[in-house]
Design a protein around this ligand. Structure first.
Ligand SMILES: Cc1ncc(COP(=O)(O)O)c(C=O)c1O
Length: 433
């Protein structure tokens, strides 16, 4: 698979060699590196990206799943063109940020109050701080495979063997109070919470495990975690950085009908510009009010928080989603289901064991048994996953090897038929290899 990919991406290879001389490993996000080398993108429009060699791809990575309306949607770019003339960075609040906040408050069930920042990693860091300050407890129970950005404390238990820090340079003490439990295993979560002897500040999870394998939580599982949190006097917190404004306008909490105490958002809500957001119960967020005399929680944003470009792009996106929610979400769901069912059918007909997991517009194809946790995903045939991704890329379909994908409102059934057809072809190539 690698030779066909390399034959079509020669300029990306040359640029990667230059990138290696300036960036650690040639990339600026670990997920963007894959073997033999990643493509470099020159432009992006609707459901397409173009690489250095001029090759067009149907994109299912969609800017780390930030782009639910496709690349550069007109509703966003028109608004940005006007805002650029008025100013790109104020360093103070504006009507735009207030209106953006009100829009979030109106659509997200748990968002009684919020604070804006620039990345998801920052938002999850603030969430942990708020949860500990509010409860006076220390432990955070997260999921194995749960990815919450390059947040120091939560960079643990993400990849196999799941019981270690993800990075050299992080002190054991910094992660001492973070525990990982198996996703979709209520009894496991109960046992861990009990073991922590009423010292759990929050149970924190992605309602659809994202980087851990695109695995949706069972409805009863999330309801069970809500009850567990209430029973044990701990907070329930969702990382909705992938699911927010994607599964439904009000995110996974609306889709599942389970309201967390705190939640983080980013990606889609930023409309293609950098955003992090921590939202939740007013009494918890009020701890971050700087006029507060006692028990003040200092949680940022930062220099670029509520910058007018992100506010403009986010506001245009979230408003568009709200106005078109009745048609848009069923379309996304239908496209996503067609991918999941069609790809699985293509592999089943080829006699290859594969399962495409996901929910709504999200999907990821796994080679092996149908996974319910990151531990199951770790047992898969990784080589085949990588070969499949390179095969798709060589044929003009971009998926990031080993990562989940998503459709946007710009994808068509014809795009999906191509993906399914290529999956059938790949399945045939396995048989004959
Ligand atoms: C569930 C989840 N949380 C947090 C993050 C971190 O967000 P950011 O990359 O904006 O720091 C990500 C990013 O991929 C994510 O998928």
């Amino acid at each position: 698979m690698s030779s066909a990919y390399q034959a079509k991406t020669k300029r990306s290879k040359r640029l990667f060699e230059r990138a290696q001389k300036v960036f650690a490993g040639g990339v600026n996000h670990n997920a963007r590196f894959y073997e033999p080398y990643p493509i470099f993108v020159t432009r992006a429009q609707r459901q397409h990206i173009w690489d250095e060699d001029g090759k067009r791809y149907t994109d299912y990575w969609m800017g780390h799943l930030a782009l639910i309306l496709g690349h550069s949607p007109k509703v966003v770019t028109d608004a940005l063109a006007v805002q650029i003339e008025k100013g790109t960075h104020f360093g103070m609040g504006s009507r735009l940020s207030v209106e953006f906040g009100e829009e979030i408050q109106r659509t997200v069930p748990c968002a009684e109050a919020m604070r804006l920042c620039n990345t998801g990693a920052e938002a999850t860091m603030y969430l942990v701080r708020l949860a500990r300050a509010f409860t006076g407890k220390r432990v955070v129970v997260k999921m194995t495979g749960g990815w919450h950005g390059y947040n120091t404390e939560l960079n643990k238990g993400v990849n196999r063997p799941f019981d270690k820090t993800e990075s050299a340079g992080i002190l054991e003490e910094e992660q001492e109070h973070v525990r990982s439990v198996r996703f979709n295993d209520l009894a496991g979560a109960e046992a861990e919470v009990k073991r922590a002897r009423r010292d759990v500040a929050a149970i924190f999870l992605e309602p659809v495990l994202g980087a851990g394998g695109c695995i949706p939580a069972d409805k009863d599982y999330l309801k069970g975690l809500r009850e567990l949190a209430d029973r044990e006097g701990t907070l329930l917190a969702f990382d909705e950085i992938i699911t927010g404004f994607r599964l439904a306008l009000g995110g996974a909490q609306e889709w599942y009908g389970v309201k967390p105490d705190l939640a983080t958002f980013g990606k889609v809500a930023g409309g293609g510009l950098p955003l992090g957001l921590v939202a939740g119960r007013k009494e918890i967020l009020s701890l971050a009010d700087p006029s507060r005399k006692e028990g003040f929680v200092s949680i940022g944003g930062g220099t670029f928080s509520e910058n007018p470009l992100t506010m403009t792009a986010g506001l245009a996106t979230v408003r568009h989603l709200r106005r078109h929610r009745a048609t848009l979400y069923p379309i996304l769901e239908n496209l996503g289901r067609t991918v999941r069912e069609g790809v699985d059918r293509a592999f089943a007909e080829g006699g290859v064991e594969a399962h495409t997991t996901g929910l709504g517009s999200l999907f990821q194809t796994h080679f092996g048994a149908n996974p319910r946790s990151a531990e199951d995903v770790a047992a898969e045939d990784r080589r085949r996953t990588k070969d499949y991704a390179l095969f798709l890329m060589s044929a003009g379909v971009f998926v990031l090897p080993g990562h989940l994908g998503g459709v946007s409102s710009e994808h068509s059934f014809s795009d999906i038929r191509k993906l399914i057809g290529l999956s059938a072809k790949f399945s045939g190539s396995i048989k004959h290899s």
